[in-house]
Design a protein around this ligand. Sequence first.
Ligand code: 4NP
Length: 164
Amino acid sequence: PGYAMKQKPHKILFVCLGNICRSPAAEAVMQQLVDRAGLHDNFVIDSAGTYGGHAGEPADRRMRQAASKRGYALTSRSRKITPDDFETFDRIVVMDDSNSERVPRLAPSTEAAAKIYRMVAFCRRSDATYVPDPYYEGHEGFELVLDLLEDACEGLLEDLVKQE
Ligand code: 4NP
């Protein structure tokens, strides 16, 4: 609590494949951290997917249930990432190699492509190299995703606070 941030809001877009499991959970975890730090007005946080097949849908029920047990409410609706997102957001944070391959192809410039980061790069505790797709996994897959997202979101917030 009580970090003072002076700059204009940090705008962060989390991206996965379907925007129904990993990235909506990342959005909720980051939003809660930011809110608890008293930094609500200093951040704009959203999520999107590289695949638009679930557009308009709420987050996957299994993800919502696992997140709810840790105190996160997933309220976002799925949408596909657009080239405009590279204008709107400062950081585009991707979950895995599939995202890392597809998202740069949507970037309108090399400057825009430099806004892309890997989620696991912000982890302090885990040495995972990607946030695995939980869609075809059991309960443990969703718990692992939440563990990695909590680790990475804490690291990301710490980096941004230090950067000021
Ligand atoms: P997400 O999980 O990328 O974490 O939202 C998935 C959701 C849907 C599909 C794949 C992954 N799908 O193939 O429909």
